[in-house]
Design a protein around this ligand. Sequence first.
Ligand code: SF4
Length: 313
Amino acid sequence: MGLRVAEWIGENTNLVRNCPGTKNHICCGYKTIDLIEGCILSCSYCILKGYINSPFLKINTNVELAISQIREVINTQKDHINRFGTGELSDSLALDRRLNLNRPLIEFFGQERKAILELKSKWADISHLKGLLNPYTVISFSLAPQHVIDSEEKRTSPVRKRLKAARDAQRAGSYVGLHFDPVIIYDGFERDYEELISEVSEALDLKGVIWVSIGLLRFPPKLMENFLVEGRRRLLAGEFIRGEDGKYRYLKKERVNVYKMLYNLLKSKRDDLFIYLCMERADVWKAVTGIVVESNQDLISLFDERIKLFYGG
Ligand code: SF4
């Protein structure tokens, strides 16, 4: 697959940013490292299609600049351990064997030991990173039933390979993150997720899974148009409502039911898993988990506790 590269961004770019979150929904205080904008994997529901109107990838190879900006954030926010990730505006691993942008980041986080780097991916290739991995890099995979991957994530790695790469990352000294996101509701999805979660618990050492997120399908109006034009019946097979942030989501009652089902399935595999809801409202948090999470700061504090458990301090 040839790369179509738009531009190499200059010296004054902000490469490290706060995750923009979404209006009136609870955000986890994540920091993004945006060296690549755009993604070659082209999942049908990818939210980037609603925002990035270019067939080109924007790549910035100035990792030194990103590292100096990360250092500044770490030094000015010493009250807790920050989490940074490269998987917001692209996939963290899909191009990495070719571009080699993660190596200096992994080395930096491993030496500093003051913050956590998360590489989030649907591309199961970490073999070029194995000798470098350390607990300060979390290798995360998004997971979905295989036939959702076959229809909506056609260019990505099969789920079996993602789980094998996650297991390899654990063996190489990293913690692992899991993201069940986006969960799509269709006939029989409950059975598929039950099987998927069993597969996960057999493939991985759940003690070394630092966090698990669950997020249901949500998308801006521009993507609704794409789904209709492309005839994506599975993605449209639910009842949607526009949220305060303008995005379409499943109805609240439906979301709560599905979250509860997945939350309980995951907890049945290991009761102390740290599970969070991605971009949800306080009332949904409470209904699903029984935990009161009313602000971003509440969620950040839960992450801080979890990180202390893994890293001490
Ligand atoms: S892997 Fe992630 S960033 Fe890439 S197309 Fe799929 S959803 Fe978008």
